[in-house]
Design a protein around this ligand. Structure first.
Ligand SMILES: NC(=O)c1ccc[n+]([C@@H]2O[C@H](COP(=O)([O-])OP(=O)(O)OC[C@H]3O[C@@H](n4cnc5c(N)ncnc54)[C@H](O)[C@@H]3O)[C@@H](O)[C@H]2O)c1
Ligand SMILES: [Zn+2]
Ligand SMILES: [Zn+2]
Length: 339
């Protein structure tokens, strides 16, 4: 079968590998239908993801159909359409015991720390698959994992109806955060340097947009919120500057959520945090968000709505990675298809 392998930085190969077989009775075999290409896959490709090891079959945004099940599998059956939950964890450490296995000290992400879904078939424990209604299109189902990132960030930020939420960055992640914040009933402001991305945010229900090249974010937010500030600020850019701005524009009693993995320190005055009693939380991957997200996909409350812009056959995967690299303005989400 075909598998997309990043053998080392900047080298992507379409390999012919042996088809996997079920080894444990709790496993299912999935015929892959679509795999989304994420910013982090591009980082693995460029050798800039410190967590990834090589050679690596990438792909953590994965949907497909069950073609075989082990004897102990009882939640899903052959023919079911599923999305894959891409994390495994130890179950023993403090984070796992606190119900936060996504930050387990031994967390392993499918397609990052271990081989992922960009191949024709995978086998994995049934607890890692979630059933999606079979009438849902593959292009919708493949967005489940990115939506869980938005679901986690809005859960970590405790986004509620009536609040004003400021999202920095209208890339794919900012847009998934936007969708989840709107479903939670918030008024949402989003910023981005690219007007094309702000236009996509408008198509996805944002209430106010800011291009920081054209207007001052702080002034605009004060104007919108009657000088109160944003009740929740979610940083979907991840630069030292966006983190600094988050602390400044948050309202008293506000929450700040970081999503970025930037190692460069920000310069933040403690005074803002103490005086306004801010809560600052990180948000990484997801905990228990797949069930809710799949329900929202099944009931068509979550639709990609213009996010999936490009499809490439697995045979043309090199072309796909090159295209995304050269056309960041055109590509919102590109997916690999298999049929
Ligand atoms: N924590 C997690 O679980 C998780 C998961 C996926 C991605 N991420 C992180 O989320 C971030 C966003 O991911 P993405 O795929 O959407 O990235 P992206 O690069 O496609 O989008 C980022 C957007 O931010 C905009 N931007 C840059 N500087 C800005 C600024 N100062 N103000 C406003 N907008 C600005 C860019 O124009 C771009 O449109 C990245 O840092 C990524 O590492 C985190
Ligand atoms: Zn991703
Ligand atoms: Zn653990």
């Amino acid at each position: 079968m075909k598998a997309v392998c990043i053998s080392k930085a900047n080298t992507i190969e379409l390999l012919d590998v042996e088809e996997p077989t079920i080894k444990q009775e709790n496993e299912v075999k999935v015929k892959i239908k679509r795999v989304g290409i994420c910013g982090s896959d591009m980082h693995i490709y460029h050798g800039t993801n410190p967590l990834a090891t090589y050679p690596r079959i990438v792909g953590h945004e994965v949907t497909g159909e069950i073609v075989k099940t082990g004897k102990d599998v009882n939640r899903v059956t052959v023919g079911d359409h599923v999305v894959i939950e891409p994390i495994t964890f130890c179950g023993e450490c403090y984070a796992c015991k606190s119900g936060r296995p996504n930050v387990c000290k031994e967390v392993s992400v499918f397609g990052v720390h271990e081989d992922g879904g960009m191949r024709e078939f995978v086998t994995l424990p049934e607890k890692q698959v979630h059933q999606v209604d079979s009438e849902i299109e593959w292009d919708e189902a493949v967005m489940a994992e990115p939506y869980t990132i938005g679901a986690q960030a809005t859960w970590r930020g405790n986004v509620k109806e009536g609040q004003t939420v400021f999202i920095q960055g209208a890339g794919p992640i900012g847009i998934t955060v936007l969708k989840m914040a709107k479903l939670r009933g918030a008024t949402v402001i989003i910023s981005d340097f690219t007007n094309e991305r702000l236009a996509l945010a408008k198509e996805n229900g944002v209430d106010h947009t800011i291009n920081p090249k054209e207007v001052d974010s702080m002034t605009k937010i004060n104007e919108i919120t009657n000088d109160e500030g944003a009740n929740v600020v979610i940083d979907a850019v991840g630069s030292p500057q966006t983190f600094e701005l988050a602390v400044e524009v948050a309202s008293p009693a506000g929450n700040i959520v970081t999503l970025g993995f930037n190692e460069t320190p920000s310069s933040i005055a403690m005074m803002h945090i103490t005086k306004k009693e801010l809560t600052i939380t990180g948000s990484r991957l997801q905990t228990n968000q797949f069930g809710k997200v799949v329900e929202l996909i099944n009931t068509k409350q979550l639709t990609h709505n213009g996010l999936v812009t490009h499809r490439f056959h697995i045979n043309n995967v090199k072309e796909a990675f090159e295209f995304i690299e050269k056309n960041p303005d055109k590509v919102r989400k590109a997916v690999i298809e298999f049929e």
